[in-house]
Design a protein around this ligand. Structure first.
Ligand SMILES: NC(=O)c1ccc[n+]([C@@H]2O[C@H](COP(=O)([O-])OP(=O)(O)OC[C@H]3O[C@@H](n4cnc5c(N)ncnc54)[C@H](OP(=O)(O)O)[C@@H]3O)[C@@H](O)[C@H]2O)c1
Length: 291
Protein backbone atom coordinates (compact mmCIF):
# COMPACT_ATOMS: atom_id res chain seq x y z
CA UNK A 1 0.00 0.00 0.00
CA UNK A 2 1.29 3.49 -0.78
CA UNK A 3 2.36 5.70 2.09
CA UNK A 4 0.65 9.11 2.01
CA UNK A 5 2.16 12.11 3.77
CA UNK A 6 0.60 15.48 4.55
CA UNK A 7 2.69 18.46 5.65
CA UNK A 8 1.25 21.17 7.88
CA UNK A 9 -0.87 18.37 9.33
CA UNK A 10 -1.39 20.19 12.62
CA UNK A 11 -2.92 23.10 10.71
CA UNK A 12 -6.51 23.50 9.66
CA UNK A 13 -6.25 22.32 6.05
CA UNK A 14 -3.63 19.63 6.65
CA UNK A 15 -5.58 18.10 9.53
CA UNK A 16 -8.73 17.92 7.38
CA UNK A 17 -6.71 16.20 4.65
CA UNK A 18 -5.35 13.60 7.08
CA UNK A 19 -8.85 12.93 8.42
CA UNK A 20 -10.13 12.80 4.83
CA UNK A 21 -7.60 10.10 3.94
CA UNK A 22 -8.77 8.04 6.92
CA UNK A 23 -12.44 8.52 6.05
CA UNK A 24 -11.72 7.37 2.48
CA UNK A 25 -10.41 4.07 3.84
CA UNK A 26 -6.64 4.59 3.93
CA UNK A 27 -5.16 2.71 6.89
CA UNK A 28 -3.94 5.07 9.59
CA UNK A 29 -0.56 3.35 9.58
CA UNK A 30 -0.19 4.30 5.90
CA UNK A 31 -0.68 8.00 6.66
CA UNK A 32 2.18 10.25 7.75
CA UNK A 33 1.32 13.55 9.41
CA UNK A 34 4.34 15.82 9.07
CA UNK A 35 4.23 18.41 11.84
CA UNK A 36 6.49 20.94 13.46
CA UNK A 37 4.86 20.42 16.85
CA UNK A 38 3.92 16.77 17.51
CA UNK A 39 1.87 17.67 20.59
CA UNK A 40 -0.64 19.39 18.30
CA UNK A 41 -1.23 16.11 16.47
CA UNK A 42 -1.58 13.85 19.53
CA UNK A 43 -5.16 13.00 18.53
CA UNK A 44 -3.95 11.84 15.10
CA UNK A 45 -1.23 9.70 16.71
CA UNK A 46 -3.96 8.29 18.96
CA UNK A 47 -5.78 7.12 15.84
CA UNK A 48 -2.70 5.30 14.59
CA UNK A 49 -1.44 7.96 12.14
CA UNK A 50 2.36 8.17 11.94
CA UNK A 51 3.14 11.60 13.33
CA UNK A 52 6.63 12.70 12.28
CA UNK A 53 8.32 15.87 13.43
CA UNK A 54 9.88 18.08 10.78
CA UNK A 55 10.35 21.79 10.26
CA UNK A 56 10.13 23.31 6.79
CA UNK A 57 13.30 25.25 7.58
CA UNK A 58 15.27 22.13 8.62
CA UNK A 59 16.12 20.00 5.54
CA UNK A 60 17.51 17.04 7.51
CA UNK A 61 14.28 16.68 9.51
CA UNK A 62 12.31 16.62 6.24
CA UNK A 63 14.59 13.98 4.69
CA UNK A 64 13.93 11.66 7.65
CA UNK A 65 10.18 12.40 7.76
CA UNK A 66 9.66 11.77 4.03
CA UNK A 67 12.09 8.85 3.61
CA UNK A 68 9.52 6.20 2.61
CA UNK A 69 6.67 8.38 1.36
CA UNK A 70 4.98 7.60 -1.98
CA UNK A 71 2.48 10.45 -2.35
CA UNK A 72 2.92 13.78 -0.66
CA UNK A 73 0.49 16.61 -0.03
CA UNK A 74 2.65 19.71 0.41
CA UNK A 75 0.45 22.22 2.22
CA UNK A 76 1.92 25.64 1.57
CA UNK A 77 3.77 27.19 4.48
CA UNK A 78 2.09 29.84 6.57
CA UNK A 79 5.15 32.10 6.63
CA UNK A 80 5.01 34.53 3.69
CA UNK A 81 8.52 35.56 2.69
CA UNK A 82 9.94 32.17 3.75
CA UNK A 83 7.68 29.99 1.64
CA UNK A 84 9.99 29.35 -1.31
CA UNK A 85 12.85 28.10 0.85
CA UNK A 86 10.39 26.08 2.97
CA UNK A 87 8.79 24.46 -0.06
CA UNK A 88 12.10 23.87 -1.82
CA UNK A 89 13.37 22.06 1.27
CA UNK A 90 10.32 19.78 1.18
CA UNK A 91 10.66 19.12 -2.56
CA UNK A 92 14.38 18.31 -2.24
CA UNK A 93 13.69 15.96 0.68
CA UNK A 94 10.96 14.20 -1.31
CA UNK A 95 13.36 13.83 -4.23
CA UNK A 96 15.79 12.04 -1.91
CA UNK A 97 13.18 9.60 -0.62
CA UNK A 98 13.03 6.05 -1.91
CA UNK A 99 10.15 6.64 -4.25
CA UNK A 100 7.98 9.73 -4.06
CA UNK A 101 5.74 9.24 -7.07
CA UNK A 102 3.67 12.43 -6.77
CA UNK A 103 3.74 15.77 -4.98
CA UNK A 104 0.39 17.52 -4.66
CA UNK A 105 0.93 21.20 -3.87
CA UNK A 106 -1.61 23.75 -2.61
CA UNK A 107 -0.91 26.67 -4.92
CA UNK A 108 -2.99 29.76 -5.75
CA UNK A 109 -5.91 30.24 -8.10
CA UNK A 110 -4.96 31.65 -11.51
CA UNK A 111 -1.29 31.36 -10.56
CA UNK A 112 -0.19 31.87 -14.19
CA UNK A 113 -1.42 35.44 -14.50
CA UNK A 114 -2.61 36.74 -11.14
CA UNK A 115 -1.63 40.09 -9.63
CA UNK A 116 -2.26 38.82 -6.09
CA UNK A 117 0.63 39.99 -3.88
CA UNK A 118 0.90 36.48 -2.43
CA UNK A 119 1.33 34.83 -5.81
CA UNK A 120 5.04 35.08 -6.45
CA UNK A 121 6.01 32.48 -3.88
CA UNK A 122 3.46 30.06 -5.32
CA UNK A 123 4.75 30.70 -8.84
CA UNK A 124 8.33 30.07 -7.68
CA UNK A 125 7.24 26.86 -5.94
CA UNK A 126 5.44 25.65 -9.06
CA UNK A 127 8.64 26.33 -11.00
CA UNK A 128 10.68 24.34 -8.45
CA UNK A 129 8.25 21.45 -8.79
CA UNK A 130 8.45 21.53 -12.60
CA UNK A 131 12.23 21.34 -12.32
CA UNK A 132 12.27 18.59 -9.67
CA UNK A 133 11.30 15.84 -12.09
CA UNK A 134 8.72 14.27 -9.76
CA UNK A 135 5.15 14.06 -11.13
CA UNK A 136 3.13 16.86 -9.57
CA UNK A 137 -0.41 18.08 -9.11
CA UNK A 138 -1.03 21.79 -8.61
CA UNK A 139 -4.14 22.49 -6.58
CA UNK A 140 -4.57 26.16 -7.32
CA UNK A 141 -6.83 27.00 -4.42
CA UNK A 142 -8.99 30.11 -4.37
CA UNK A 143 -9.77 32.02 -1.19
CA UNK A 144 -11.09 30.18 1.85
CA UNK A 145 -14.69 31.22 2.52
CA UNK A 146 -13.59 31.23 6.17
CA UNK A 147 -11.46 34.30 5.39
CA UNK A 148 -14.84 36.06 5.54
CA UNK A 149 -17.00 33.92 7.82
CA UNK A 150 -14.19 34.03 10.39
CA UNK A 151 -15.07 37.73 10.72
CA UNK A 152 -18.81 37.17 10.97
CA UNK A 153 -19.02 38.47 14.57
CA UNK A 154 -17.36 41.69 13.47
CA UNK A 155 -19.62 42.13 10.42
CA UNK A 156 -22.73 41.61 12.56
CA UNK A 157 -21.48 43.99 15.25
CA UNK A 158 -20.68 46.75 12.75
CA UNK A 159 -23.56 46.09 10.38
CA UNK A 160 -21.13 46.44 7.50
CA UNK A 161 -18.28 44.83 5.64
CA UNK A 162 -15.50 47.21 4.66
CA UNK A 163 -13.30 46.59 1.67
CA UNK A 164 -11.82 47.87 -1.56
CA UNK A 165 -12.74 44.89 -3.71
CA UNK A 166 -15.40 46.71 -5.73
CA UNK A 167 -17.58 44.16 -7.49
CA UNK A 168 -14.70 41.73 -7.92
CA UNK A 169 -15.94 38.19 -7.77
CA UNK A 170 -14.51 35.63 -5.38
CA UNK A 171 -14.74 31.92 -6.10
CA UNK A 172 -14.21 30.91 -2.51
CA UNK A 173 -14.71 27.49 -0.96
CA UNK A 174 -14.32 26.03 2.49
CA UNK A 175 -11.12 24.47 3.79
CA UNK A 176 -13.12 21.26 4.13
CA UNK A 177 -13.91 21.23 0.40
CA UNK A 178 -10.33 22.06 -0.61
CA UNK A 179 -9.07 19.31 1.73
CA UNK A 180 -11.54 16.83 0.27
CA UNK A 181 -10.36 17.70 -3.24
CA UNK A 182 -6.75 17.32 -2.13
CA UNK A 183 -7.50 13.84 -0.83
CA UNK A 184 -8.99 12.87 -4.19
CA UNK A 185 -5.93 14.26 -5.96
CA UNK A 186 -3.69 12.18 -3.68
CA UNK A 187 -5.68 8.98 -4.07
CA UNK A 188 -6.40 9.01 -7.78
CA UNK A 189 -4.02 7.29 -10.15
CA UNK A 190 -3.28 9.63 -13.02
CA UNK A 191 -0.32 9.86 -15.29
CA UNK A 192 1.88 12.91 -15.70
CA UNK A 193 1.39 16.34 -14.28
CA UNK A 194 -1.94 18.01 -13.50
CA UNK A 195 -3.08 21.51 -12.66
CA UNK A 196 -6.49 22.25 -11.17
CA UNK A 197 -8.05 25.70 -10.78
CA UNK A 198 -10.15 25.34 -7.64
CA UNK A 199 -12.95 27.56 -6.42
CA UNK A 200 -16.60 27.43 -5.46
CA UNK A 201 -19.55 29.43 -6.84
CA UNK A 202 -18.48 33.06 -6.99
CA UNK A 203 -19.87 36.03 -5.07
CA UNK A 204 -18.86 39.63 -4.57
CA UNK A 205 -18.77 41.37 -1.21
CA UNK A 206 -22.21 42.98 -1.72
CA UNK A 207 -23.64 39.49 -2.23
CA UNK A 208 -21.79 38.25 0.82
CA UNK A 209 -23.41 41.04 2.87
CA UNK A 210 -26.83 40.18 1.45
CA UNK A 211 -26.45 36.49 2.25
CA UNK A 212 -25.28 37.27 5.78
CA UNK A 213 -28.31 39.55 6.25
CA UNK A 214 -30.71 36.88 4.98
CA UNK A 215 -29.20 34.03 6.98
CA UNK A 216 -28.75 35.87 10.29
CA UNK A 217 -31.65 38.36 10.14
CA UNK A 218 -29.17 41.16 10.97
CA UNK A 219 -28.76 43.80 8.29
CA UNK A 220 -25.21 43.95 6.96
CA UNK A 221 -24.11 46.04 3.97
CA UNK A 222 -20.89 46.16 2.00
CA UNK A 223 -19.18 49.55 2.00
CA UNK A 224 -16.70 49.84 -0.86
CA UNK A 225 -13.84 52.19 -0.02
CA UNK A 226 -10.94 53.60 -1.94
CA UNK A 227 -7.65 51.80 -1.31
CA UNK A 228 -6.50 54.74 0.82
CA UNK A 229 -9.71 54.76 2.87
CA UNK A 230 -9.62 51.02 3.38
CA UNK A 231 -5.95 51.11 4.39
CA UNK A 232 -6.73 53.82 6.90
CA UNK A 233 -9.70 51.88 8.33
CA UNK A 234 -7.45 48.85 8.78
CA UNK A 235 -4.91 51.08 10.55
CA UNK A 236 -7.67 52.29 12.88
CA UNK A 237 -8.57 48.64 13.53
CA UNK A 238 -5.02 48.10 14.82
CA UNK A 239 -2.98 46.88 11.83
CA UNK A 240 0.44 48.38 11.23
CA UNK A 241 0.92 50.37 8.03
CA UNK A 242 2.60 47.53 6.10
CA UNK A 243 -0.05 44.96 7.02
CA UNK A 244 -2.87 47.40 6.25
CA UNK A 245 -1.42 48.15 2.81
CA UNK A 246 -0.97 44.44 2.19
CA UNK A 247 -4.58 43.57 3.10
CA UNK A 248 -5.84 46.43 0.94
CA UNK A 249 -3.68 45.17 -1.95
CA UNK A 250 -5.38 41.78 -1.65
CA UNK A 251 -8.70 43.54 -2.25
CA UNK A 252 -7.28 45.36 -5.26
CA UNK A 253 -6.36 41.96 -6.64
CA UNK A 254 -9.92 40.75 -6.03
CA UNK A 255 -11.28 43.81 -7.84
CA UNK A 256 -8.99 42.82 -10.71
CA UNK A 257 -10.70 39.41 -10.88
CA UNK A 258 -7.73 37.37 -9.68
CA UNK A 259 -9.71 35.24 -7.25
CA UNK A 260 -12.54 34.32 -9.59
CA UNK A 261 -12.80 31.29 -11.82
CA UNK A 262 -15.42 29.55 -13.92
CA UNK A 263 -13.52 26.30 -13.60
CA UNK A 264 -15.55 23.32 -12.41
CA UNK A 265 -12.42 21.48 -11.27
CA UNK A 266 -13.37 21.67 -7.60
CA UNK A 267 -16.84 20.18 -8.12
CA UNK A 268 -15.31 17.51 -10.34
CA UNK A 269 -12.73 16.50 -7.74
CA UNK A 270 -15.39 16.57 -5.02
CA UNK A 271 -17.92 14.64 -7.09
CA UNK A 272 -20.54 17.17 -5.90
CA UNK A 273 -20.96 20.94 -5.81
CA UNK A 274 -18.87 22.91 -3.33
CA UNK A 275 -20.74 24.01 -0.21
CA UNK A 276 -22.93 27.00 -1.11
CA UNK A 277 -22.15 30.35 0.49
CA UNK A 278 -25.45 30.49 2.43
CA UNK A 279 -24.70 27.15 4.04
CA UNK A 280 -21.18 28.20 5.03
CA UNK A 281 -22.58 31.40 6.56
CA UNK A 282 -25.33 29.43 8.35
CA UNK A 283 -22.77 27.06 9.87
CA UNK A 284 -20.60 29.98 10.99
CA UNK A 285 -23.62 31.80 12.43
CA UNK A 286 -24.62 28.72 14.44
CA UNK A 287 -21.11 28.54 15.83
CA UNK A 288 -21.31 32.23 16.74
CA UNK A 289 -24.59 31.83 18.64
CA UNK A 290 -23.46 28.70 20.50
CA UNK A 291 -20.22 30.30 21.75
N1 LIG B 1 -6.57 30.11 0.25
C1 LIG B 1 -6.63 30.91 1.29
O1 LIG B 1 -7.56 31.71 1.47
C2 LIG B 1 -5.56 30.83 2.32
C3 LIG B 1 -5.69 31.56 3.50
C4 LIG B 1 -4.68 31.43 4.46
C5 LIG B 1 -3.60 30.60 4.23
N2 LIG B 1 -3.51 29.91 3.06
C6 LIG B 1 -2.37 29.01 2.78
O2 LIG B 1 -2.85 27.67 3.00
C7 LIG B 1 -2.03 27.02 3.98
C8 LIG B 1 -2.88 26.10 4.82
O3 LIG B 1 -3.90 26.87 5.43
P1 LIG B 1 -4.35 26.57 6.91
O4 LIG B 1 -5.57 27.34 7.15
O5 LIG B 1 -4.31 25.12 7.20
O6 LIG B 1 -3.14 27.25 7.74
P2 LIG B 1 -2.78 27.00 9.26
O7 LIG B 1 -3.94 26.46 10.01
O8 LIG B 1 -2.13 28.24 9.74
O9 LIG B 1 -1.69 25.82 9.20
C9 LIG B 1 -0.38 26.07 8.78
C10 LIG B 1 0.43 24.82 9.09
O10 LIG B 1 1.76 25.04 8.65
C11 LIG B 1 2.63 24.60 9.68
N3 LIG B 1 3.90 25.27 9.62
C12 LIG B 1 4.13 26.61 9.61
N4 LIG B 1 5.45 26.85 9.59
C13 LIG B 1 6.05 25.63 9.58
C14 LIG B 1 7.39 25.21 9.57
N5 LIG B 1 8.40 26.11 9.58
N6 LIG B 1 7.66 23.90 9.55
C15 LIG B 1 6.66 22.98 9.55
N7 LIG B 1 5.35 23.32 9.58
C16 LIG B 1 5.07 24.64 9.59
C17 LIG B 1 1.90 24.94 10.94
O11 LIG B 1 2.48 24.24 12.03
P3 LIG B 1 2.22 24.68 13.56
O12 LIG B 1 0.89 24.09 13.91
O13 LIG B 1 3.35 24.08 14.31
O14 LIG B 1 2.23 26.19 13.60
C18 LIG B 1 0.51 24.48 10.57
O15 LIG B 1 0.40 23.09 10.72
C19 LIG B 1 -1.38 28.18 4.74
O16 LIG B 1 -0.18 27.75 5.34
C20 LIG B 1 -1.18 29.21 3.66
O17 LIG B 1 -0.03 28.93 2.90
C21 LIG B 1 -4.46 30.00 2.12
Amino acid sequence: MPIYAVTGASGQLGRLAVLGLLSRGVRASDVVAVVRTPGKAADLAGRGVQVREADYSCPSSLVVALADVDRLLLVSSSEPGRRVIHHTNVIEAAARSTGTSRIVYTSMLNADDTTNPLAEEHQDTERALREAGIPFTFLRNGWYTENYTGQLDEYLRRGEILGAAGSGRISAATRRDYACAAVTALLQDEPGNRSYELGGPSFDLSELARVISEVTGTAVVYRDLSVEEYTSSLRQAGLDQGSAEFVAALDVSIAHGDLATDSQDLARLLGRPAMPLAEVVRTAAQRTTTR
